[in-house]
Design a binder for this molecule. Structure first.
Ligand code: PLP
Length: 362
């Protein structure tokens, strides 16, 4: 790999495209003849303004975002959205629906419960997803929240849940811009950047205009969507560097042919790993229902031996494939294969799996 880089299978902060890092490096000390780094210049100057505007324009192109949606670049991670959403969309005592399909949607629901009445409309088992027709939505809920891709369990929705004319809110932190999305079906889409997009420190929020301007009076100013909309994401100092790198990634994806092309590549990459698991005839196991297996996060185990799992992770590391340890709540291994993971990395892992199996088959 160029620059002596490894294949990084981390769930986040995750791998970034090498050419994006090279460009950021080339522009680091003197951005476009300004004599300054992006990190050093005024966020109110026309240089940075052009950076954030281009980032937004390219993201709008990628996701075909309708004109009645605002794009925000915020701070506080996706975790801050867990409280910002209820504070802006529901009053105290009002009901909101949450679909809990894993660790992240559970956290989101717990946070919302501090501010309003949470109805758990459906629950998953970390291996499959509850059918949308079985969701027990409240008649009067202010919105329906779900997580499109559970990073830890590796379960991913394959289509937009139909919730009628309710406001649909989605945490897309770990599969944002991995596939095309019909934004018009959503009230809010949000994602922390540090998996599929760019560096940690910026959170992207796409919000329908009619949902802006209803924040509770007692909520912190920084948690009011309206404040950020009115100030073009620059109410306070934005995470300039993170926004800039996200912009480089968006520009690259636009040039590569957009999200249809990305989705196709992500399907190919995921299929290589899921096929390797299937071909091992039980030596490796994916705990997830094939219908909802994530294209981004692939958990797998070696059911016959936890010791072999440890050995697998150690030997993979020696071979230049890092961060394959599964989340502590699931165990085993997890290969996160976001947009920036080259197909060569996935092919190398699949070959390694085959060889490791051959060596340890009884
Ligand atoms: N939601 C999902 C699906 C995640 O995977 C994560 C982080 O891993 C979060 C939310 C929390 O994001 P942040 O660390 O940006 O607050």
């Amino acid at each position: 790999q160029p620059h002596g880089r490894v294949f990084n299978f981390s769930a986040g902060p995750a791998v970034l495209p090498v050419d994006v890092l090279e460009r950021a490096q080339a522009e680091l000390l003197n951005w476009h003849g300004s004599g300054m780094s992006i990190m050093e210049m005024s966020h109110r100057g026309k240089e940075f303004e052009s950076v954030i505007q281009k980032a937004e324009a390219d993201l709008r192109t990628l996701l075909n975002i309708p004109s009645n949606y605002k794009v925000l670049f915020l701070q506080g991670g996706a975790s801050t959205q867990f409280s910002m959403i209820p504070l802006n969309l529901a009053k105290a005592g009002e009901t909101v629906d949450y679909v809990v399909t894993g660790a992240w949607s559970k956290k989101a629901a717990e946070e919302a419960a501090k501010y309003c009445k949470v109805n758990i409309a459906a629950k998953g088992d970390n291996k499959s997803l509850p059918a949308v027709a079985s969701w027990k939505l409240s008649p009067d809920s202010r919105y329906v929240h779900y997580c499109d891709n559970e990073t830890i369990g590796g379960v991913e929705f394959k289509s937009v849940p139909d919730v009628g004319d309710r406001v649909l809110v989605s945490d897309m932190s770990s599969n944002f811009i991995s596939k095309p999305i019909d934004v018009a079906k959503y009230g809010i889409i949000y994602a922390g950047a540090q998996k599929n997009v760019g560096p940690a420190g910026v959170t992207i929020v796409i919000i329908r205009e009619d949902l802006i301007g209803h924040c509770r009076a007692e909520a912190p100013t920084m948690l009011d969507y309206k404040i950020h909309v009115e100030n073009d994401s620059m109410y306070n100092t934005p995470p300039c560097w993170a926004v800039y790198v996200c912009g480089l990634v968006f520009e690259k994806l636009v040039k590569l042919g957009g999200l249809d092309a990305m989705q196709e590549l992500n399907r190919q990459k995921a299929a290589i790993l899921y096929d390797a698991i299937a071909e091992s005839q039980g030596f490796y196991n994916s705990p997830v229902d094939p219908a909802v297996r994530s294209l981004m996060n692939v958990p797998f185990t070696i059911p016959s031996s936890p010791d072999l799992e440890k050995q697998f992770i150690k030997e993979a590391e020696k071979a230049g494939m890092l961060q394959l340890k599964g989340h502590r709540s699931v165990g085993g291994m997890r290969a996160s294969i976001y947009n920036a993971m080259p197909i060569e990395g996935v092919q190398k892992l699949a070959l390694f799996m085959k060889e490791f199996h051959a060596k340890h088959a009884k």
